[in-house]
Design a protein around this ligand. Sequence first.
Ligand SMILES: [Zn+2]
Length: 62
Amino acid sequence: MPIFEYSCSSCGHHFEKLQKAGTEPETKCPACGSAEVRKEISTFSGGSAAASPSSASCFSGG
Ligand SMILES: [Zn+2]
């Protein structure tokens, strides 16, 4: 079965879950429990367009 990757928008935790048939893609962050998670697109099967540029972190020095 396909595995979908998720990234928490609250704490930034990265995790993956198995997408079962007949189940909703809704998931929660196992780290903080927030529902603000974003489904990431993993490199599955060929046909990928231009690669996305690496985004630098926007953390301000402290
Ligand atoms: Zn989280």
